[in-house]
Structure formats: C-alpha cells, structure tokens
Ligand binder design. Structure first.
Ligand code: URA
Length: 227
C-alpha cells in the first residue's frame, strides 16, 4: 500500500519551499532514478545536481562590499561576509555525497557531521554522532545548511533542525537541502519549522509503507556505497 497526499494542496500552503529544476537537472535525475545506473554513474549524477542545489541553498548568505582592482580599473565587488559563519551539516551517511561539492563551493564553511540512522520499524531517527563545532556567540550570524538527499518522513531532518535550534541557531537561518522530497516530509518539516528553507530538485508522489519515497531512487546509502 502507498500513502499519497494531495500535493497541489500542500504546495499552495508552503512558503520557503523551492524545487530547483531545469532540463539538465531533469536529465541527471533520470539517471539517478534508473536502477540500472551503476554506482559510479549514480554518484556522478548526484554530484552534478548537488551543485545546482548548493547555489540555491546559499542564496541567503550575507555579502559585503569590497574594493578590488581588475586588470582594467578599480571596482567595488560583493564577497561573502566572513564575519558570519556557515555550517554544513551532512546527515550520515547519505549526506556525505552532498558534502564534498558543498564544501568545494563554500570552503569557508565549517562541517558539522550528524550521525543518524533510521529505525526500520518506527521510521524514527536514532542518533549516534553529533560533532559539535564552535559556534559564533552572535547566533544571528550563523547559517546552517543541512545536507540530506532524501526528505522522506522528515523525522531525521526535524531532529537535526531541532538540535541546531537547541544550540541557539535561528530557525530562519537554517536551510534543508535534499535531492528528492516527499509531500509527507515537506509537510512534516514545514509544520514544525515554517521558517526553515527547503531546497530540493524533485517532489515525488509519496511514501510507501517502508518509508521509501515513491517513485524515488531506492535506498540512497546502498546506491552510493554499493552495500
Ligand atoms: N531513504 C532512502 O534511502 N530512500 C528513501 O526513499 C527514503 C529514505
């Protein structure tokens, strides 16, 4: 049995939710979804989509102006304001596939690994690791991007968000970046944390009884790590 919820109804009520799409993303998603794609092809396709998601997930980062000199003349440019802190938070293990490209694009970020696995019976997250990073005193200057390719039930994502909020991070400074989202996950996260931005490249039909996204791509950890 599959549990679907009415997507049109949800989308009309949800702010802070963006589906990043274009023909290239659609093409790579078709490779990612195809069970015949090898692990190497799968990983490469996820990496390619991840860059597009990172651009979108970093749309809110604060900039400052500075003067530089081009070979032609002096000019004012905008650059990341390093008095702020960016934390990349991959949820292990699948989140690591996003982390490499996100860190490449945001080399000034700190990486905060979150270890969680899903209890297959309850579908609730079980924590096993929370690598604390020093966080700026002024929490209004701390921006967190949680990296988790599958927003399925939303339970792990919500736990991760809650964990950062308990450390004083502002809800509006948190972004959740996923490859594929389910209506249930988006709804669950948005209900609890309406100010968190959700960035994704696909919004699927729903979840099956095992908590897998349908049509989805299967178990992403198994497909990344050949397990
Ligand atoms: N985790 C996965 O790996 N796949 C899903 O479809 C949902 C959660």
């Amino acid at each position: 049995m599959q549990i679907y919820i009415n997507k049109a109804h949800i989308l009309s009520e949800i702010n802070n939710f963006k589906i990043v799409t274009n023909p290239l993303i659609e093409h790579y998603l078709s490779v990612i979804r195809d069970k015949k794609s090898s692990q190497e092809i799968f990983r490469n396709a996820v990496k390619k989509v991840s860059y597009a998601l990172i651009y979108e997930a970093s749309a809110f980062l604060p900039l400052k102006e500075k003067e530089i000199e081009t070979p032609v003349q002096k000019t004012i440019v905008k650059t990341f304001d390093e008095s702020n802190q960016v934390i990349l938070a991959p949820i292990l293990r699948a989140g690591m596939i996003f982390c490499q490209s996100a860190f490449e694009m945001l080399p000034f970020a700190n990486v905060h690994h979150i270890g969680m696995y899903r209890n297959e019976q309850t579908l609730e997250p079980v924590w096993y690791y929370d690598k604390n990073q020093p966080i700026l005193k002024d929490k209004s200057k701390v921006y967190v991007i949680i990296l988790d390719p599958m927003l399925a039930t939303g339970n792990s994502g919500n736990d991760a968000i809650n964990n950062f909020i308990s450390k004083g991070i502002l809800e509006e400074n948190i972004t959740f970046m996923s490859l594929i989202s389910s209506p249930e996950g988006v709804c669950n996260m948005h209900k609890k944390f309406p100010k968190v931005r959700i960035i994704t490249s696909a919004y699927d039909k729903g979840l099956n009884t095992k908590g897998y996204i349908v049509p989805g791509l299967g178990d992403i950890g198994d497909r990344i790590y050949n397990t």
